[in-house]
Write a protein that binds this ligand. Structure first.
Ligand SMILES: [Zn+2]
Length: 246
């Protein structure tokens, strides 16, 4: 199967869907990545890995490294610029030009003969406007290739989701996949996103009152929602016979 993972920023692919993407690569599928920005508006790390003006370059290298660990076949990074986080942590989308983004997604779908697309969910996980732009635009692109592309979204809702703050509450999970067999690959991809480590660890470190390790936030259970309800659930038919579904 030819798979396309479409995400807004470097690290979204790993944090939100890295386990499934690594697993699908391991099972012999061609996994392609389309990342819309270089995450240049994000955090520079603590201690900083680079100046804010050079963060995009740095994160591009981190992303390439992460995709390699996940067994990705191709990585395309689009030239949209991730806006710097505003006052009071206000987040912005990377574009208002959805027709351009749609065109670029369709080009990737057609060139790589994509069967399955995986992206952000309908709530943008925690409501990030850039994630929502990707969701809305992927929806338009998939509709234009009616029936040809089977589309799933990540971090779908179910009772007992391990990361409630990342859950798309309006996307019911069709299945939950155990990604513990690719824990090492997912962890290596998280480690590759060095500039974001302090961000990754902040919430749980505060909760526990101590600095935690990456292993402690590694999510080994991922949930997905089949958005194109008229398509067969191809991923279920790949994962279930191999015993990967919970
Ligand atoms: Zn993101």
């Amino acid at each position: 199967m030819n798979i396309l993972a479409v995400f807004a920023h470097p690290d979204d692919e790993t944090v939100l869907a890295g386990g499934l993407l690594a697993l699908l690569a391991k099972l012999g599928n061609e996994v392609n990545y389309l990342i819309c920005t270089r995450g240049e508006g994000g955090e520079v790390g603590d201690p900083p890995v680079s100046a804010q003006q050079e963060l995009g370059l740095f994160r591009e290298l981190e992303l390439k490294n992460a995709v390699e660990h996940l067994g990705g076949k191709n990585l395309t990074i689009l030239d949209f610029v991730d806006p710097v986080v505003g006052e009071n942590n206000q987040l912005f989308s990377f574009t208002e030009d959805q027709p351009l983004l749609r065109k670029l997604i369709l080009k990737e779908i057609d060139e790589k003969k994509i069967d399955i697309l995986i992206s952000h969910g309908s709530n943008g996980e925690y409501g990030h406007p850039g994630h929502l732009t990707v969701f809305e635009t992927v929806k338009e692109a998939v509709n234009l290739r009616d029936g040809k592309v089977t589309w799933y979204t990540c971090q779908a809702a179910y009772e007992g989701h391990p990361k409630p703050h990342l859950t798309n509450r309006d996307d019911p999970a069709d299945w939950v996949v155990d990604v513990s067999s690719v824990a090492a690959e997912k962890l290596a991809a998280m480690a590759a996103h060095q500039s974001q480590h302090s961000l990754f660890k902040r919430r749980k470190s505060r909760e526990l009152g101590r600095m935690i390790s990456l292993e402690e936030i590694l999510q080994l259970e991922e949930s997905y929602s089949l958005q194109t309800k008229n398509n067969n659930d191809i991923l279920r038919s790949i994962l279930e016979p191999n015993g990967f579904l919970k």
